[in-house]
Ligand binder design. Structure first.
Ligand SMILES: *Cc1c(COP(=O)(O)O)cnc(C)c1O
Length: 391
């Protein structure tokens, strides 16, 4: 293994066959054969390594896991069919009835639904803490709190949580620290360095990076992943070999893609900062971001997402979107194509206006996932739509 992200993401290929192929093959097979009854017995008994059945593991998912583990600095992992299967699997496998999760309030919408609507059915409860108020978190820890679950930068508010603080807090209270690292990717930020025990991903976003397939990852210490693996093997959220192959190939270009996502996003953010049609432009690597120092401390670049807070609320945000010519209106992010979302009327419409305010989602807030098109074309599309939507 190299000490460089780029080399590992390209050169780790344990799934090579004996056909001397250069690019990894796709192993579209449900199961794997044994040379003898004894080999089958020993493989099932974990005495020898070997593939058994693609719900357990498959060479393509193993490729992906090994690459992302090298990038995150984690010991082991599991690839799942979607990001949400990874969020669900990491919580469900490590907790039991009566346990409590402490989570940062700014969470992906479906993760919020898991914590507030799904897990309570099985006696797993949760409390939200506000990241602007770290001192208060001590009071939120209960005798049955087992897990600290956070997302940084948050979606869509782009709030940054201090990973060093989270690592120390989890250690002091003996909590399993789970970090959803979807927005930053391991190229920009490695939560395990700061003490995260589990790192989760929606690989659907930047790891795929081209809006093609769903996928998720649960990565972490060997000890915890063993527990998670028992759960996923027997509950079945396995990724398809084809999707794992796509995502493993995508890892080869993650570094160069993220470099461009980040430089494009910074240029777009800088261009619109101070625009009279906007209340604010938010981007982790803009000096005006309230947690700029923290972002610079724990991320190598600012990521590919910016938010624009349009003057004129929901109505203005919607007419702005209708005036866009190039940028796609769709629910994904982290694609090579720039994508715009209006969280208040779509992804976060189930929250009350007050709940949205608490996580930084104003009525005029637009989330822009800055793609890989030339930044001048992205700027031109946004600028034109801002002008045309002005009343
Ligand atoms: C998209 C997303 C998820 C869910 O992932 P899917 O692959 O859509 O299931 C979880 N967390 C974050 C931060 C996301 O952006």
């Amino acid at each position: 293994m190299s000490q460089h992200f780029e080399t590992n993401s390209i050169r780790i290929n344990p799934s090579k066959s004996n056909q001397k192929e250069h690019s990894s093959p796709i192993y579209l097979t449900s199961s794997f054969t044994f040379d003898s009854a004894e080999e089958a017995r020993a493989t099932f008994a974990d005495e020898i390594e070997g593939n058994i059945y693609s719900r357990y593991a498959n060479p393509n998912s193993s490729d992906l896991i090994e690459k992302v583990c090298a990038a995150e600095g984690t010991e082991d992992g599991i690839a799942t069919a979607s990001g949400m299967a990874a969020m669900f699997g990491s919580i469900a496998s490590l907790l039991q009835q009566g346990d409590h999760v402490l989570a940062a309030r700014s969470l992906f919408g479906s993760t919020h639904q898991l914590l507030t609507r799904v897990f309570p059915k099985w006696g797993i409860t949760s409390t939200y803490g506000d990241i602007s108020d770290y001192l208060n978190w001590e009071k939120l820890v209960q005798p049955n709190t087992k897990m600290l679950f956070i997302e940084t930068p948050s979606n869509p508010g782009l709030e940054i949580i201090d990973l060093e603080w989270a690592g120390n807090f989890a250690k002091a209270h003996n909590l399993i620290l789970v970090v959803d690292n979807c927005f930053a990717t391991p190229y920009l930020q490695q939560p395990a360095k700061w003490g995260a025990h589990i790192v989760t991903h929606s690989a659907t976003k930047y790891i795929d990076g081209q809006g093609r397939v769903l996928g998720g990852l649960i990565l972490g210490t060997q000890e915890l992943i063993k527990e998670v693996q028992f759960f996923t093997r027997h509950t079945g959220p396995a990724i398809s070999p084809f999707n794992a192959w796509i995502l493993s190939k995508s890892m080869e270009t993650l570094g160069v893609r993220m470099d461009r996502h980040c430089s494009n996003a910074l240029k777009v953010a800088e261009y619109f900062e101070g625009n009279s049609q906007l209340n604010a432009v938010k981007y982790p690597f803009l000096k005006s971001h309230p947690q700029y120092d923290l972002a610079v401390k724990q991320m190598s670049q600012g990521g590919g997402i910016i938010t624009l807070d349009l003057k004129g609320g929901v109505e203005r945000a919607q007419s702005f979107i209708d005036e866009l010519k190039m940028i796609s209106v769709t629910a994904n992010l982290g694609d090579s194509r720039s994508i715009i979302t209006h969280p208040a009327s779509t992804t976060h419409s189930k929250l009350s206006e007050e709940e949205r305010e608490r996580v930084g989602i104003s009525n005029g807030l637009i989330r822009l996932s800055v793609g890989l098109e030339h930044y001048e074309d992205i700027i031109a599309d946004v600028e034109r739509a801002l002008d045309l939507s002005r009343k």
